[in-house]
Structures are given as C-alpha cells and as structure tokens.
Design a protein around this ligand. Structure first.
Ligand SMILES: *Cc1c(COP(=O)(O)O)cnc(C)c1O
Length: 409
C-alpha cells in the first residue's frame, strides 16, 4: 500500500480523533523509520517518549516471553510481574509497592482512586498523612471526607473522564461536561497559589515534574521542595505524573530527581516508555500508602501480564546495562546546546532527552517541514516542537538532527 491508500483507509474507517500528519510509517530500526514510499526519517519523536530503546528493539523478548506465557489474569501470581515490581521499587529507591495497568490515563486513574480512598479515611491502617520530615503537623491528622486533588494549569493527565477533569487545559474538556468534580487548577510553579487553594477537602496534589504536552515546562526545584513541605505540613499526598518524564528520559530514572532529588512523592504514575512501546502503565506508592488500594478496590484485566512485564523488565535491564540514563543526559545536553546556537528559535529548554524548542511562529507547519527534511518531532502546545528521542540516541544522530533542523528554519 502507498501512503495515499493508507490515509484513505483511515479516512473511511478510523474515527477522526487525531489531527494526523500525512505520514504513514511501515518499518523502523533504531532511531530511524521508513514510510510507505521508502523514505527514511530520523525519529526524534520516539512515539511521544515511548520508544526508549528505539525501533525493533523488543523482538527477542517478545518472541521468548510470548512462547512462555502471554496472559493468566491477576487472579493468580506470575513471575515477571513480581520481578518487575521489585525492579521498579529498587529503581525508585524508596520502599513501596506497584500496581500495573495499560496506559498513562489508566495509571493516573489509579492515583485519583488511591488519593480518594485515603482521603475518605478508608485506607489501610497506619496510612496517616505523609510526614517525611519526621514530625510535622500532618502526622496526627486522620484523613476523612477529603477528595479534592489540586492540579495545574497547562497540565496533561490523559483522556479519561477523570483525566480531562484533572487536566488544566480547557481544550480537552470542551463538549464533555459535566466533568468529574474534585479537581482544582492553580498556576504551575506558583507555591502561594497552591497554599491558598488547599482547603478542608483537599487530599492530594498532582503534577508533572516536567509538563510535557503543553510545551516542556520543568517545575523549579524550589517549587517541588515547597510542595513536599506543604504536603507534609498540611497532611496531603504528593503525587507525580511521570508518564512522560519518567523511565530514565531525564538522565534519572525518576524525572523529579533531575530537578529536586529530595522532593520524593508519596505516589507516582508511569506509562509511555515503561515497556518501550509495548502498552503498559503502572503506579508506585510508598509506605504507608502502598496498601491503601486493598483487595477488590481496583483492578484491570490486562495489567502486568507476564508478556508485558517481561518486556518492561528487558527494557529496564537494557537501560541499566547500557548506561542509557547517562547517555540520555549527555546527548540531551549536547542537542540542546547545538540547537541554542541556531538562529530563529525563541527558546530551547528541557531536561535530558525531553526537549522543547519554542518557535516565534506556530509549530505545526514547521513540523511538516522537518518531516520533509527527514526528521520527526512532536508538537507541544502551539509554538513548541518536542524532541523525545530514544535514550540510546547517538552523537552522530544528534548531529544529523541538528542539520535537519537548520535546513528547516
Ligand atoms: C501521555 C500522557 C498521559 C496519558 O497517557 P495515555 O497512555 O495516552 O493514556 C498522561 N500524563 C502525561 C504526563 C502524559 O504525557
């Protein structure tokens, strides 16, 4: 099939929920993809932060794991899910437990439910409000009747009903009213606004340590530390949506650690890069919140199948074995420094391989121009081109990308 035929199939049979670019890919290898006409592209969109090892990197584990055991249901135990949970808890480096699901929106749903269950005073015994400082006001308060979650303007938390209610962007909500109640939006990086928004019904604060969809906007270290302190003082859960910034992309396994390593959350969500392109999401919660979602309170048929868990384990082991977090940091810093030397760009910002290039004009036509020149970038907000390359991207590939950006400006 050629690209026109593929696009025509979509026009007839696929719901028109995306403003797609007229590109139809048929094959990929490493950081490269090919379209139906055989044209080669350097893929610096990474499937929106998903393909952390690049393309065609999962073949061996998919074949081996699928020959062993694909799915058994979470009514039983399986080896890969247990080992993956252990690996994730060790990578976070803080004692806790993990729940598995299939996507970022679904992972965040688990966070909202955890916060509400806890805020309604129905959590596991001993799950008193967080107190990492070891003796703040929060420690003696028992949570009850609290369900509100503070989120931020410009945030993105997924397309489920709770996700669009949590998201701090009007465009995702329009036409879907009434939204789920219990979310309050405040300006990002504004600690005073957060403090003012906290009320008797507030249970948690949820944020992306680096806002992705709205244009690669990192939280400041003072903001993350301030939120941690506020949550300790007021007895609230601090929750990070690391669906996009997690899994090593920033140079640290956890995105927040690249900003403020001491601002450890109480719970955190992952998806996108977790299984390198195989669909998987998860949340982690630390002691004593790790048992708040007890038997019968939450579930998903496909979460943590032996197949998905085996793939994620292989991805995480490769990231560690090949030093890909350090590579993401080095290559991201190098790419940003090269982009900053080019004329005609308003601002280049980001952390590691999570990079935003803000233009003085709308980004969409420029992204098409980039594609014509053989480079894939992803739009963020209206004026930002996002680059989310594989964590194993090479210096030669970055140099090539810089030349393509230069040719497109
Ligand atoms: C992509 C994304 C989501 C939604 O993930 P899906 O897998 O599309 O449901 C949620 N939060 C953030 C920060 C994201 O980048």
């Amino acid at each position: 099939m050629n690209s026109a035929e593929i696009i025509s199939l979509f026009d007839q049979y696929v719901m028109p929920t995306y403003g797609r670019l007229p590109l139809a890919f048929v094959r990929g290898h490493g950081s490269r993809v090919w379209d139906a006409e055989g044209k080669e592209y350097l893929d610096f969109g990474g499937g929106i932060a998903v393909n952390v090892l690049g393309h065609a990197a999962l073949t061996k584990v998919l074949a081996e794991a699928s020959a062993q055991l694909v799915h058994v249901s979470n009514l039983y135990y399986n080896i890969p899910q247990g080992r993956l949970a252990e690996k994730l808890v060790k990578l976070v480096g803080v004692p806790g437990k993990v729940f598995f699901c299939n996507s970022g929106g679904e992972a965040n749903e688990a966070l909202y439910k955890l916060a509400r269950k806890w805020g309604n005073g129905q959590g596991a015994a001993g799950a008193a409000p967080s107190n990492s400082a070891g003796g703040g006001l929060g420690s003696s308060q028992a949570a009850s009747g609290r369900y509100e979650i503070i989120t931020f303007l410009g945030s993105f938390h997924g397309r489920t009903m709770a996700g669009i209610s949590a998201t701090g962007q009007e465009k995702v909500k329009h036409g879907f009213e009434p939204l789920l109640e219990g979310f309050r939006h405040v300006p990002f990086n504004d600690l005073d606004a957060v403090a003012k928004a906290i009320g008797p019904k507030t249970a948690a604060i949820l944020l992306e340590p680096i806002q992705g969809e709205s244009g690669i906007k990192p939280a400041t270290p003072e903001f993350l530390r301030g939120l941690r302190k506020l949550c300790d003082e007021r007895g609230l859960l601090l929750m990070y949506d690391e669906v996009q910034c997690g899994i090593g992309r920033t140079g640290e396994f956890c995105g927040f650690r690249a900003i403020a390593p001491d601002a450890v959350p109480d719970a955190m969500s992952w998806a996108k890069g977790l299984a390198g392109g195989f669909p998987m999401g998860a949340i982690w919660a630390r002691q004593p919140y790790q048992d708040v979602l007890g038997p019968g309170t939450h579930a998903t048929t496909f979460g943590g199948t032996p197949l998905a868990s085996s793939v994620a384990l292989a991805v995480l082991e490769t990231i560690e074995r090949d030093g890909l977090m350090a590579n993401a940091k080095t290559m991201g810093d190098y790419f940003m420094s090269r982009l900053r030397q080019l004329p005609g760009i308003k601002e280049v910002r980001g952390v590691g391989c999570m990079i935003g290039m803000e233009l003085p004009v709308e980004a969409k036509p420029f992204i098409l121009k980039l594609a014509q020149n053989g480079l894939i970038g992803v739009i963020a907000g209206t004026h930002v081109v996002r680059f989310l390359p594989a964590l194993n991207v090479t210096r030669a590939e970055v140099d090539e990308a810089v030349e393509k950006v230069k040719a497109s400006l």
